[in-house]
Design a protein around this ligand. Sequence first.
Ligand SMILES: *[C@@H]1O[C@H](CO)[C@@H](O)[C@H](O)[C@H]1NC(C)=O
Ligand SMILES: *[C@@H]1O[C@H](CO)[C@@H](O)[C@H](O)[C@H]1NC(C)=O
Ligand SMILES: *[C@@H]1O[C@H](CO)[C@@H](O)[C@H](O)[C@H]1NC(C)=O
Ligand SMILES: *[C@@H]1O[C@H](CO)[C@@H](O)[C@H](O)[C@H]1NC(C)=O
Ligand SMILES: *[C@@H]1O[C@H](CO)[C@@H](O)[C@H](O)[C@H]1NC(C)=O
Ligand SMILES: *[C@@H]1O[C@H](CO)[C@@H](O)[C@H](O)[C@H]1NC(C)=O
Ligand SMILES: *[C@@H]1O[C@H](CO)[C@@H](O)[C@H](O)[C@H]1NC(C)=O
Ligand SMILES: *[C@@H]1O[C@H](CO)[C@@H](O)[C@H](O)[C@H]1NC(C)=O
Ligand SMILES: *[C@@H]1O[C@H](CO)[C@@H](O)[C@H](O)[C@H]1NC(C)=O
Ligand SMILES: *[C@@H]1O[C@H](CO)[C@@H](O)[C@H](O)[C@H]1NC(C)=O
Ligand SMILES: *[C@@H]1O[C@H](CO)[C@@H](O)[C@H](O)[C@H]1NC(C)=O
Ligand SMILES: *[C@@H]1O[C@H](CO)[C@@H](O)[C@H](O)[C@H]1NC(C)=O
Length: 696
Amino acid sequence: MGGGIRFIILLFLVLLQFLDISVALPLCTDSRAPYAPNYRGAFCAYNETTCCNYAKNMKLKQKFFSMNVSDTDCASLLKSILCARCDPFSAELFRIGSVPREVPVLCNSTVSQDSTQSLQSTNDFCSKVWNTCQNVSIVNSPFSAALQGRAGIPTNSSSTKLTNLWQSQSDFCDALGGASDDGMACFAGEPVTLNSTGIPSPTNGMCLEKIGNGSYINMVAHPDGSNRALFSNQQGVIWLATIPDEGSGGILELETSPFLDLTDEVHFDTEFGLLGIAFHPKFMENGRFFASFSCDKANGPNCDGRCACNSDVNCDPAKLSPDSGAEPCRYQSVIAEFTVNGSASQPSMASRANPSEVRRIFTMGLPFTAHHGGQILFGPNDGYLYFMMGDGGGMADPYNFSQNKRSLLGKIMRFDIDKTPSSDEVNDLDLWGNYSIPVDNPYANVKGLAKEIWAMGFRNPWRCCFDSIRPSYFLCADVGQDQYEEVNLITKEGNYGWRVYEGPYLFSPSQSPGGNTTPSSIKAIFPVMGYNRSDVNTNEGSASITGGYFYRSTTDPCMYGKYLYADLYGGAIWVGSENPINSGKFVSSRISFNCAHDTPVNCSFSPESSLPALSYIFSFGEDNNKDVYLLTNSGVYRIVRASRCNYTCAKETTLPSPGPDSSPRSEAGFYRDPYSTFVMLTSLLCLVFINYYALL
Ligand SMILES: *[C@@H]1O[C@H](CO)[C@@H](O)[C@H](O)[C@H]1NC(C)=O
Ligand SMILES: *[C@@H]1O[C@H](CO)[C@@H](O)[C@H](O)[C@H]1NC(C)=O
Ligand SMILES: *[C@@H]1O[C@H](CO)[C@@H](O)[C@H](O)[C@H]1NC(C)=O
Ligand SMILES: *[C@@H]1O[C@H](CO)[C@@H](O)[C@H](O)[C@H]1NC(C)=O
Ligand SMILES: *[C@@H]1O[C@H](CO)[C@@H](O)[C@H](O)[C@H]1NC(C)=O
Ligand SMILES: *[C@@H]1O[C@H](CO)[C@@H](O)[C@H](O)[C@H]1NC(C)=O
Ligand SMILES: *[C@@H]1O[C@H](CO)[C@@H](O)[C@H](O)[C@H]1NC(C)=O
Ligand SMILES: *[C@@H]1O[C@H](CO)[C@@H](O)[C@H](O)[C@H]1NC(C)=O
Ligand SMILES: *[C@@H]1O[C@H](CO)[C@@H](O)[C@H](O)[C@H]1NC(C)=O
Ligand SMILES: *[C@@H]1O[C@H](CO)[C@@H](O)[C@H](O)[C@H]1NC(C)=O
Ligand SMILES: *[C@@H]1O[C@H](CO)[C@@H](O)[C@H](O)[C@H]1NC(C)=O
Ligand SMILES: *[C@@H]1O[C@H](CO)[C@@H](O)[C@H](O)[C@H]1NC(C)=O
């Protein structure tokens, strides 16, 4: 993560807008980022960004004419409905992730049902469709397709009217209507536009309570929905623990013996160790559990995968000089499966896993000793296993692995671990272990490219999350080299730029044996948040981002909906606010933080620094209550009610805890509000006093 002399070309974001780039969000129904239309005169005229290429447009055009709709008003509504597929918000309009829809969610009146007038109102698009089209014959109606599988519904080949399918407007809108809400947009006949919420809702400070002294780098909530979670340390021990209620004064209670102890297998060093843990989405039924860790080939035959430096990627292990002096690919990245079967009558009752590995999912030799991510997450929508992998180290990705689609380095991978491949498939597909390739992975059918890839162009993705209320929001922080620490919104086949770009800036490596990637040859997606490394002054003279979560708890309602991230070195935490909601546009600002006066475990303050001694912020965690935790070298901290630190959050007083509706929607942005500066100064003063009294 260190420094080094590099030639950096600074290019301001303004200039970048002239390049042909993709945007991060909104999302298309296939989870890709929308793009600028690449031809003119499209059937579906989305002129800025779209989800439809030429072929998709032609298909929609055909579909439209095959409907043979005589009524022009209805035809124009139907065209807009078909073309909603091309809307850059199509993923939301079609609610991807739930049951696939044939027609988008049609904006419904949000006014009460008995008010007939409101149902006729012009922004009630669903009623407008019903009123305009109810008696119109539609061949191959997309509406009947929406009902396929239900009893008594005419088949799609015939010509149908809406009145054949639904009794009344309210039946129709029950089935297809929906409101625009905090999570999703609905379709009202026009390309989706989002309102800027405008009113800043200041968050003047984040209050932390310390609930344990342990140093962990992973936390995963128990799938049984209880107040339990697993905590693991970098050395390789996983503990099951019970989390105390907020404000109860309780501390984290670990089970007496570990859930799983992998220290014998795990290679532990600065960037090596037990790096990720995950419950199978159906853990409650199948008891399956996964761990991602580093191993040392010298430790036995269980650590002997193919080397990521190989001839497929123009890398000769014999010529590689690893930074550690050790042989190339001595250290490896592993994903292994375990089970709790046999240790309890049901998986939820288990307090230990069986220590013997059930199945080796993945093993890959690493070229150097740094940047190999390691987090594993199951996608909430698709149930596939996502695996974050860095560029493998060596300054400035010397072999250009991150941009190489044959390499798994610098990538986010996506595996199907529920389908076991035959050994033929393992060989034919050049797999790195025992997993299958999801059919919709971007290169699943492209010969020669790595079929595991979901997204690319990362340096060292250090902590990703799926927003718990909007699973299409997959955010990853990516550690920078010299200039910029970034947060990316991950989309299918997205290229996040490294080492053509570092954050928004063009990057020029001082050495690149084996070629370079030109900026014009890729469609880089730029970060949605981030900070300049020069903005953090740490004792180490360094910076390294740690990605967090979208805060979805009601414990601190002023924090609701904001994305949290931090610098590893413990001195700085940011909150990112999206405005408008669902736009993928964020503004972030540093937030001051302090220790609750009634913290169960004392938060110590370091005399040299103005801030609580958080030490290294390794990771964040989220429990079943959606409360967010900081996992640091000095212990486990929970974000609690602001008032416990004498910060003010006006919404906190409205007890019982407010729901998402009354959540703050935005904040002012790139400025540091005067109040938080005031609070910070006050806490500084308090520190001075505390130190003063300590001396007496
Ligand atoms: C996009 O099209 C709309 C009309 O469909 C028009 O009002 C708008 O100016 C166009 N924008 C650009 C950038 O061409
Ligand atoms: C389209 O509708 C017209 C009547 O509006 C009818 O004469 C014609 O046969 C229809 N075409 C098809 C292909 O169904
Ligand atoms: C549709 O048909 C029904 C009954 O046949 C009639 O009451 C209604 O007015 C018609 N609607 C339109 C828009 O023509
Ligand atoms: C309904 O449409 C689908 C695809 O458009 C087609 O495969 C199927 O054969 C159609 N069903 C009937 C009964 O025509
Ligand atoms: C849409 O409005 C109808 C009343 O017309 C109502 O019954 C239905 O629940 C609404 N649907 C949704 C998803 O809000
Ligand atoms: C945006 O604001 C306008 C005017 O305040 C309102 O009519 C419209 O419904 C809003 N749109 C959304 C998507 O919230
Ligand atoms: C945490 O560490 C502090 C200081 O070493 C100690 O006083 C305290 O008892 C510890 N608390 C727990 C819960 O382990
Ligand atoms: C664990 O038990 C469940 C049934 O309780 C079974 O479905 C699953 O296959 C078992 N897993 C292993 C690894 O034996
Ligand atoms: C993959 O794992 C399954 C389940 O443990 C096992 O039955 C199968 O033999 C393994 N396949 C290969 C190719 O190793
Ligand atoms: C770097 O990536 C580009 C593809 O973008 C490729 O042309 C070049 O050969 C790569 N270099 C190496 C060493 O793989
Ligand atoms: C980083 O620094 C550049 C140049 O000083 C500045 O333009 C940019 O706004 C900074 N970015 C952030 C996120 O602070
Ligand atoms: C916080 O507020 C409480 C109650 O108003 C007060 O007793 C306490 O001294 C305050 N603490 C600090 C650090 O200002």
